[in-house]
Design a binder for this molecule. Structure first.
Ligand code: FMN
Length: 185
């Protein structure tokens, strides 16, 4: 059974993107597992901190979860038509070599989805991830697309997905990604 590690790029308690990831976990079929990760506790990347203290514990913990997965699901907000700094910061930390840990991203399947209150549903943030994923050597899965626009209507104020049409699209996306992961095992 493929195991997907979903990472939400928002720290907000009522985040649409974390809500989307939780909904992906809850609507996934029995033939796939989705772990929900957020970026709480990951410090700003600082080369001096890395030299002095090595890779921070929170980064090592997330790294271990990536290693235990068959594929990643990046659930990205969009800030100023790009990738939110906290999300890019976490991936930058994860890209740093830790002793004895194999390369994390090389050949790892990665899919990207996202939600925003505007009309374009994170299309520019999703596009902005592409050169980053290419640089990391990931295998970007482009077999499906999920752009959740008008998120203020699709989610409750606490960030719970309430739109059944979006839930159906999400379930189809996850099923197709899981089938891809299963086939490439
Ligand atoms: C600094 C900043 C820049 C933003 N820029 C965009 C943007 O370019 N496009 C967009 O659709 N939403 C933009 N937004 C709105 C976010 O999509 C919105 O805050 C959303 O709720 C963030 O995702 P979250 O709910 O998962 O935290 C921006 C928000 C912030 C704080």
């Amino acid at each position: 059974m493929p195991r997907i590690l979903g990472i939400s790029g928002s720290l907000r308690a009522a985040s649409y993107n974390t809500g989307l990831l939780r909904a992906a976990r809850d609507t996934a079929g029995e033939d796939v597992t989705i772990d929900v990760a957020t970026l709480h506790g990951i410090p700003l990347y600082d080369g001096d901190l890395e030299t002095r203290e090595g890779i921070p514990e929170a980064v090592e913990a997330l790294k271990a979860r990536v290693l235990a997965s068959d594929g990643l699901l990046l659930v990205t907000p969009e800030y100023n038509n790009g990738i939110p700094g906290v999300f890019k910061n976490a991936i930058d930390w994860l890209s740093r070599p830790g002793s004895g840990i194999p390369a994390l991203f090389g050949d790892r399947p990665v899919a990207v989805i996202g939600a925003s209150p505007g009309g374009f549903g994170t299309i520019l943030a999703q596009n902005a991830w592409l050169p980053v994923l290419r640089t990391l050597g990931c295998r970007h899965w482009a077999g499906g697309r999920l752009l959740v626009s008008r998120a203020g209507q699709a989610f409750d104020p606490d960030g719970t997905l309430q739109d059944e049409k979006v839930r159906g699209q999400l379930a189809a996306f996850v099923a197709a990604y899981a089938a891809h992961l299963q086939a490439s095992r």
